[in-house]
Design a protein around this ligand. Structure first.
Ligand code: SF4
Length: 886
């Protein structure tokens, strides 16, 4: 039922892609994408990430749901991301709707749009995404024909600010509830169920909150008086869903992005849930109890995922990776399988209290990036208040071990404005930084860089600090300056998160329904991508609050009374209110509550009966004894230092014995990705083929693969070349067959293979010119009118070419690395002539342009100068390139 080739970027969108930054974000066609025929489905959900493709493609929850849903014959999951303002502008100018990336259907054509609300600063992007799809942003304005708009993720636990825009929120883990929602949508479609009835049916699904079926009343002072269901058939309280992640493998065949994204790696969620109980941490409170995957399942997922993606890094995901009860055995087994293949392992989140130097040694075997620690508070006293006890002396020992193991960059995260914070706590931040640098010096490491990030404390819902207020702006500024002025100047790089964004986060984190008007006002006034420093517009937000008669400080800075009804109290997340109140009181006393995996149950009510954790340890105890002999010995902490100042011995990489020249095409979606992204796509396929590729030396070894010179974005490449250096000889015909059998991005086809001498000239030297075929036609209606420069009459085209060829020189200006340079285009063009155009195009030319060591000219630039302007103006232009070797 699934097919890969039946859907292409609609032609009307192609000219738009040529005008925007990183068009690969919108081109689809990636490896592992699942495309189904919509006419044979009962329901489709568009998984919508209200941020850029580059971020959303790294979000693990998205990957899990995409694969689980697409495994069902009758349902489909497609993807949509909020376009960056450049593409949004082009879509609006051309009156084209936002589409999904699989079938390029308008977003309005699916049954459900499911947004992930990862944080509070993505809310305007939800409205932007709906509007670009031609869907009314307010739920009340959406009638039966429009898709159901649902939202999950952390934001769903405090949903009231978005209540006007979302039809239904889903609370907790999405793995099961998404199928119940799809089933309900399919039945509603099959029976033409009225929207109101459909919403009532959804409200009966455990974990679903339909805000339009609840009425909110306010007290005279603006606080919440009540949130009540409209009648007794609607549940008064909603409980989040909890899923045991070991019941399914999650993601083993993730879509491989065509462009570099935030996390280009295989991600395995090894553990869900955290029970350390940091009192500021929303995720740590709402994801209880702990659920771990068995070691064997993790290994199996890693193998499958690497085979399907060609990734070169594996990341073990958890809120606190080192807490995984079998972490060391797992790492050793992974290293035993992966280090020879130059595949590295990363642990994205390590708590200082559970840090083990042996872990550092295990993850350092292939690559070293920076190490990140989050002490959050500067003093031991304040760390006890937030329930994140870290012994400072131990912390410094850990830093020393990390430095001895070879790391040179350490990141530390601290919060400013935590409840009860004093200047002494701020002095603690300065002290830790100074002592870390001194410790580095004492062991001969003079190049340590400490990246310190200070962010504003945000009181989060469903945490013991949910009743707290943020400190006043002036006081935040004073405290930030206090720390900045005292930190050591050398060796520390300080980053401050934007103050106004932190305040806005606090407003929405515990906000009520009235804030919907502010969000809509700010969006209509141009706010989008508020989580992006360069896009955030605090002045516009300030105007929006004023226009709606609301005071942001009332939401962010006001301490809530013990008896105040909170806007999300009807969403009964675990831990419950009683436990949160207890923890709030213990915080005031500076008392620590230990985790409940290694210690007794703390009574938070997340488990139906105490300690319902699902742990890998209990499952793998039997396995451990039998496997001990086959697992490499642990690397002792200091041994990882290899004697001298954190340097591991570097061995010369073995020399290649064979050089293979592969030929391939770059067409379809692949036309819209940049050269470096193409290189990554080629590396992945070669890795997946298992070919013994030679690597460069150093901490970050790269495969020795050289590509032909970059193609301009949007051009087809019909004779591209990749030279691959191999450590062992391969049979060319067999290898080509293997490469062809591996799924590749849409538009990449292997067309040839040959062995060339190891010392043959580089691809850049071998290619002496490029032959181009260009054809064009006027842009169709519905597109913004731009005057055309290129003629569409064959005689006019021929006359322009003749003028050019008859000239002894043809000076042009080109932009290179931000500077204008002069070139003689006539000296570069070896031939140029009109050719019979392909179907649907009135004009076409073929042009051969010289290339010297990679220096050449773009044929569109030359064509433009022949006819006096921008050649792409007002036309739909297609270009294909054929490299010509000497
Ligand atoms: S109920 Fe007890 S064991 Fe379960 S998560 Fe809460 S504190 Fe831990």
């Amino acid at each position: 039922m699934a097919s890969r080739n039946s859907f292409h970027i609609p032609e009307a969108y192609e000219p738009l892609l040529a005008k925007v930054d990183r068009p690969g974000r919108y081109a689809g066609g990636e490896v592992n994408v699942v495309i189904k025929d919509p006419s044979r489905l009962r329901a489709t959900i568009a998984l919508a990430f209200p941020d850029l493709y580059d971020l959303g493609m790294s979000y693990h929850g998205f990957r899990i749901l995409y694969e689980m849903i697409n495994a069902r014959e009758d349902f489909a999951a497609e993807r949509v991301f909020t376009p960056w303002p450049d593409f949004a502008r082009e879509l609006r100018a051309a009156s084209l709707p936002l589409t999904t990336l699989e079938t390029f259907r308008p977003l309005s054509a699916v049954e459900i749009i499911g947004f992930t609300l990862q944080h509070e600063l993505c809310y305007t992007n939800v409205l932007e995404t709906l509007d670009l799809a031609g869907i009314p942003v307010r739920a009340a304005d959406r009638h039966g024909a429009f898709p159901l708009v649902i939202a999950g993720g952390e934001g769903a636990y405090s949903p009231e600010p978005m209540a006007d825009f979302i039809d239904a929120f889903v609370l907790g883990d999405g793995e099961e509830i998404v199928f119940e929602a799809l089933e309900a949508a399919a039945r509603a479609r099959e029976h033409s169920t009225p929207r109101e009835t459909f919403l009532r049916r959804l409200a009966a699904i455990p974990g679903v909150y339909v805000p339009s079926l609840y009425e909110v009343a306010y007290n005279a002072d603006g606080t919440i008086a009540s949130v009540r269901p409209v009648d007794e058939t609607i549940p008064a309280a909603i409980h989040p869903r909890v899923y045991d992640i070991s019941k399914s493998p999650g993601s083993v065949r993730p879509v491989v992005p065509l462009i570099r994204t935030v996390q280009d790696r295989t991600v395995v969620e090894i553990r869900r849930g955290c029970v350390h109980g940091c009192r500021f941490c929303h995720a740590g409170m709402i994801t209880r109890p702990v659920r771990e995957r068995p070691v064997e399942q993790v290994l199996d997922i890693v193998r499958q995922s690497l085979a399907s993606t060609g990734d070169s890094e594996v990341s073990l995901l958890s809120l606190s990776t080192a807490d995984y009860t079998e972490i060391l055995p797992l790492l050793r087994r992974l290293n035993a399988e992966l280090s020879e293949r130059r595949i590295s392992i990363s642990l994205p989140s390590l708590r200082i209290s559970t840090f083990d130097v042996a872990l550092a040694a295990e993850v350092s075997r292939v690559r070293r990036s920076g190490f990140t620690f989050a002490p959050e508070a500067g003093s031991e006293r304040l760390r006890r208040v937030i329930n994140k006890p870290v012994d400072e002396a131990e912390f410094l020992d850990i830093i020393e071990s990390v430095l001895r193991a070879g790391w040179k960059t350490i990141k530390m995260y601290f919060m400013i404005g935590l409840p009860g914070e004093t200047d002494e706590d701020l002095d603690g931040i300065v002290r830790i930084a100074a002592q870390a640098l001194a410790r580095a010096k004492s062991i001969g490491v003079h190049s340590l860089t400490l990246n310190i990030t200070l962010s504003l404390f945000v009181p989060k819902p469903h945490t013991p600090f949910q009743w707290e207020g943020q400190i006043a702006r002036e006081e935040v500024r004073r405290r930030l300056s206090y720390v900045r002025d005292r930190l050591p100047r050398r060796g520390v790089e300080l980053k401050l998160s934007p103050l106004e964004a932190g305040i806005l986060e606090a407003v929405f984190a515990r906000g009520d329904r009235r804030l919907g008007a502010v969000i809509e006002h700010a969006w209509r006034a141009g706010c989008r991508f508020d989580g992006w420093r360069e896009a955030f517009r605090p002045d516009v937000w300030s105007e929006a609050f004023t226009a709606c008669g609301l005071d942001p400080d009332w939401y962010s800075a006001r301490k809530r009374g013990k008896d105040e009804k909170l806007p999300y109290d009807h969403l009964e997340a675990a831990p419950g209110r009683r436990y949160l109140e207890q923890q709030r009181d213990l915080a005031a006393e500076g008392q620590v509550t230990p985790d409940c995996v290694e210690n007794p149950c703390g009574g938070c009510d997340a488990c139906a009966k105490p300690k319902e954790h699902v742990l890998a340890r209990s499952r793998s105890q039997d396995l451990a004894a039998g496997e001990a002999a086959s697992v490499p010995a642990p690397v002792p902490a200091r041994a990882a230092a290899a004697g001298k100042r954190g340097k591991t011995p570097q061995t010369e990489p073995p020399p290649p014995v064979m050089r293979v020249r592969l030929r391939f095409t770059k067409t379809d979606a692949l036309r819209f990705i940049a050269h470096l992204d193409l290189a990554e796509a080629i590396h992945r396929i070669v890795r997946r083929s298992g070919a013994p590729v030679a690597h460069t030396q150093g901490f970050n070894p790269l495969p020795r693969i050289a590509l032909s010179p970059p193609l301009p974005l949007g051009f087809e490449g019909l004779g591209e070349v990749a030279d691959v250096f191999l450590l062992k000889r391969v049979d060319l015909r067999t290898w080509l067959g293997e490469l062809r059998a591996i799924s590749a991005p849409k538009g990449l086809e292997w067309t040839g293979i040959e062995e060339i001498p190891l010392k043959a000239p580089s691809v850049q030297q071998a290619v002496t010119s490029f032959r181009y075929r260009l054809c064009w036609r006027e842009l169709g209606s519905g597109t913004e009118f731009v005057p055309r420069v290129l003629p569409v009459d064959g005689a006019e085209v021929a006359a322009g070419i003749k003028r050019f060829l008859d000239s002894a020189s043809w000076p042009i200006e080109i932009e290179r690395k931000g500077r204008t340079q002069q070139r003689d285009a006539r000296q570069f063009v070896l031939s140029c002539e009109g050719i019979p155009p392909p179907d649907g195009f009135p004009a076409a030319v073929e042009m051969t342009i010289r290339s010297q060591e990679g220096t050449t000219l773009n044929p569109i630039t030359i064509l433009g100068t022949m006819f006096g302007g921008d050649a792409s103006a007002g036309v739909y232009l297609r270009a294909a390139r054929f490299p010509v070797e000497a």
